[in-house]
Design a protein around this ligand. Structure first.
Ligand SMILES: [Zn+2]
Length: 292
């Protein structure tokens, strides 16, 4: 009986990994498609370490792999990065890839988990939404989802199909995968990489003045029923930095390196003690049509 159970356990582990035996190779070929310079050696090193959780399979059956680099120092915090929640924001993939490569070359102060392509079907289809035509960043199971998500979508976007929150909270496999990473990794800080609003939007404790970052200005875009910012910051007091890139990449990737270091500093702020920036309603300074 014991042997039987062991065989079953081995088989189940084998099955979880066997579903995507080419994850490392897929990671390399997927990430190399994003623009900007890449370091083949570091990319291979990083992609050789990616894993696919059994719960992280897209609506069309693609692997949503993740990379992790744990800090070796004491006092390290945990940073969780999602890029390409929206599949048509190609340059977001460049940041995920660059940070994975860079983490391979340094001994980081903090532990990082990077999900470089959260919405692989959207990338393939060149759509903001996933294959089921749902905006993952409106599908997170916030407490107000049932009363607010569809109503907010109708009212503020005039039922824009690019922002459809879905028929129910966390209905989508990509959302479930993100929630799984949040629960499994227990991040102290979440980074979500988007394009093209040219701002850094911080849902977190008030930081005054914000760290100097010349490449993008800090602005508050607010958060929404079903959005990652509302789910993590308003409901869990875990800060979320939404990086909205420009339409073009910078001439070199130094700003992304600088931002990674800024995050390393921001994450040390004790969010549990400072909860000033907790407006319940969106405080958008940009036209709603542009919201992330
Ligand atoms: Zn976006």
């Amino acid at each position: 009986m014991k042997t039987f159970i062991i065989i079953l356990s081995v088989l189940s582990v084998f099955t979880a990994k066997a579903d995507f035996p080419n994850a490392a190779q897929d990671c390399i070929s997927d990430l190399k498609k994003f623009p900007g310079v890449t370091d083949d050696k570091l990319l291979k090193q990083a992609c050789d370490k990616v894993k696919v959780d059994a719960r992280c399979v897209s609506a069309e059956g693609r692997a949503i792999y993740h990379y992790e680099k744990m800090a070796t120092t004491s006092g390290a915090k945990k940073v969780l990065v999602f890029s390409l929640i929206h599949g048509d924001e190609t340059h977001a993939g460049t940041v995920g890839r660059y940070w994975m490569e860079r983490l391979e070359s340094i001994d980081p102060r903090n532990s990082w988990r990077v999900v470089p392509v959260l919405n692989p079907d959207g990338v393939k289809l060149k759509t903001r939404t996933n294959a089921n035509k749902i905006d993952i960043n409106r599908n997170f199971p916030t407490k107000d989802w049932d009363v607010g998500a569809v109503e907010n979508w109708k009212r503020t976007t005039k039922s824009n199909p690019r922002r459809f929150p879905g028929a129910e909270a966390a209905s989508e496999p990509e959302t479930k995968c993100a929630v799984h990473h949040i629960e499994d990794f227990q991040p102290d800080f979440v980074v979500s990489v988007h394009t093209p609003l040219k701002v850094l939007d911080f849902d977190g404790p008030k930081v005054s003045p914000p760290p100097k970052f010349d490449y993008l200005p800090w602005r508050s875009l607010g958060n929404y029923p079903g959005s990652l910012g509302r789910y993590m910051w308003l409901e869990r007091q875990t800060p979320v930095l939404t990086m909205e890139l420009k339409e073009n990449l910078p001439p070199n990737l130094a700003p992304f390196e600088k931002l990674q270091d800024i995050i390393g500093t921001l994450v040390k702020i004790d969010a549990g003690k400072v909860k000033e920036n907790t407006a319940a309603e969106p405080t958008s300074f940009l036209p709603v049509a542009l919201d992330h």
